[in-house]
Design a protein around this ligand. Structure first.
Ligand code: GAR
Length: 232
């Protein structure tokens, strides 16, 4: 065989071996409700995720998510964005906290800031995001939360849904782990569509995190995610 030829097999990476309970760091910004965080907390408590939320990190003091962490006895830390010289300094503080808590996987759960390069590099294929729409449509900078649903309705799309993907330096552009479709009704408003999509988000996020916890996610060529069969 000509060894100078590039291999035709894709370059693969498995970010977590699935040989120990997963330690999750949840990262939030703004005053979001934190229902995705709550779904992850409940899934860990009820055994649907083989792991625990090791720390909840918010960049907004007084965020409801911090209260959720407190109620469940989960350590939480606040790093107010304004207290740091720039995004990199904020990321460094967050990274140190993630290291202190030996976090394997970051779950962005309503994190509307862009994760900086150092955070992305340190947690390459170990940082997930949930988006309330079907990427690559209706996503990117400025399209988050209710704005996604308003854009879907304005465009006249007949389906929307949920995407769980690995977060990278670019908004909503990393390898897709799971997608679920949700039909759009003729008389939907952004609020009714959001209400139909939210429980699907909760289930999809836990499902994706459990696939990671079981060591069943493999990233091919830095682009596609292969879900490996369940072992034994
Ligand atoms: C969720 O709908 C989540 O998908 C969205 O923010 C909401 C947070 O709700 N995230 C994005 O749009 C990120 N691009 P929650 O605080 O109840 O989990």
């Amino acid at each position: 065989m000509d060894s100078s030829r590039p291999s035709e097999r894709p370059w693969t990476e498995r970010p977590f071996p699935g040989d120990r309970p997963l330690r999750i760091g949840a990262l939030l910004s703004g005053k979001g409700r934190g229902t995705n965080l709550q779904a992850l907390i409940d899934s860990c408590a009820e055994g649907r995720i083989s792991g625990e939320i090791a720390v909840v990190i918010s960049t907004t003091p007084g965020a409801p998510a911090l209260e959720r962490a407190h109620r469940h006895g989960i350590p939480s830390r606040t790093f107010p964005g304004k207290s740091y010289a720039d995004g990199e300094a904020l990321d460094d503080a967050i990274l140190a906290c993630l290291n202190d808590h030996r976090v394997d996987l970051i779950c962005l759960a309503g994190y509307m800031r862009k994760a900086g390069q150092r955070l992305c590099e340190a947690y390459r294929w170990r940082m997930m995001n949930i988006h309330p729409g079907l990427i690559p449509a209706f996503c990117g900078q400025g399209l988050y939360g209710g704005k996604v649903h308003a854009a879907v309705l304005e465009y006249g799309a007949k389906v929307s849904g949920v995407t769980v993907h690995f977060a990278t330096e670019e908004y909503d552009a990393g390898p897709i782990i799971l997608q679920k479709c949700v039909p759009v009704a003729e008389d939907d408003t952004p609020e009714t569509l959001a209400a139909r999509i939210l429980p699907v988000e909760h289930a999809a996020y836990s499902e994706a995190v459990q696939l990671f916890a079981e060591g069943r996610l493999e990233v091919l060529d830095g682009r596609r995610v292969r879900i490996l069969p369940k072992r034994g």
